[in-house]
Design a protein around this ligand. Sequence first.
Ligand SMILES: NC(=O)c1ccc[n+]([C@@H]2O[C@H](COP(=O)([O-])OP(=O)(O)OC[C@H]3O[C@@H](n4cnc5c(N)ncnc54)[C@H](O)[C@@H]3O)[C@@H](O)[C@H]2O)c1
Length: 390
Amino acid sequence: MQTNRRTFLTAAGVSALAAGASALQGQTEKPLRIAIIGTGHRAWAHLAILKNLPQYQVVALADPTPPNLDRAATLAPGAKTYTDYHKLLAERNDIDAVIVITPSFLHSEVTVAALNRGLPVLCEKPMATRVEDANKMIEASKKAGKPLYIGFQKRLVPATRKMHDLAAAGEIGQVEFVSANLFRGDWNPESWKYTDPKTGVATNWRYLTFTEGSAILEDGIHEIDSLNWIINGKVAHVTAAGGNNVYKDRETVDHAAIIVEYESGVKLGFDFCLFGQDTGPQARRMVIIGSEGSMMPENGKVAIRSRKGGRAAKYVEVTDNTPKSVTAQEIGSALDPETYQQYLLFEKTVRAGAPPLVNPEEAKNAIKLVLLAEKSLRTHRIMSWNDLPA
Ligand SMILES: NC(=O)c1ccc[n+]([C@@H]2O[C@H](COP(=O)([O-])OP(=O)(O)OC[C@H]3O[C@@H](n4cnc5c(N)ncnc54)[C@H](O)[C@@H]3O)[C@@H](O)[C@H]2O)c1
């Protein structure tokens, strides 16, 4: 499966894929009518982006938390609101696709329900909090014959997708060693609160292992997925150390150092820290080192240094066809043109049957890698790929 994706993407190039998708914007077809299930902070960002995409019409919203649902409704005039997504799915026959933006532990349940209604799904990352749940989503997609697209939009960061294409073209020889990190501030304190039915205690869903799965599933998984996509190999072993050095008020960790060994011998080192608020340009760092040289994003370009070429870099331009109205649009605390690009690709998947850029098997492998790291840091053991279900 991975080889097929690589062959397809090498031939087309990811940038070409996105450009092809934008050709569908001609408005000759009716807008795709979508329902959004889960209308918290991330959904508000989606809705702000969707305002720039006339090929979509948001017709329904579902969320059990009235203030969040009301806020989403103001961003999607004309959409009908539901406090129970089951009612939405049972009642509406006019929907072309469902967007799932609930807390991560509900992704599988909601996605499977939508696919069982015969609807294509764009589900936010991480795909699920357990491998078994990811498998249920893949099965439901196959059974329904409807696409499942997992929202790893950061593959579409221009420098990342350029590095993917350059690696596939052998620009730095064989990729052999990868180093990356995510240093960021704490989770949003306004996140939805999960109420434990046994105790009645309501807790930020990002603090609990049951609802978040792992802190690295919540962020850091973007980098891990993008790097897996670039490395394009099978994981053999995962080892990690981590814990709660600063935030003692939760189950989920606030830092981790992860080492991944691929069957091919490639090593990936990834550092994650949730109390690293002010690390600036070093906050999301990626260096890809191959047998013939290295590459990394630098000043909006990809810097390539040849092993034989001394310290001088060759800079490769990256292009982005996202309209200025989106690239200049600050949503929450960030710019997010990649989510715009993701909607262009999803449209192509729904209308023209294009394979999702993020194959669900690859999305499952990303969560499996992270869950193995979580298991390793809890048990102080080196994990093998088969220590979690296939
Ligand atoms: N791709 C990205 O860059 C990115 C960024 C942020 C969040 N996310 C993902 O988006 C998802 C949501 O994150 P968020 O920041 O919006 O969280 P949030 O806490 O702000 O919002 C979650 C929403 O889900 C709702 N919800 C809870 N139970 C529900 C149910 N049974 N049915 C429908 N809705 C339900 C809550 O009421 C709340 O409004 C998470 O999976 C997160 O990992 C992705």
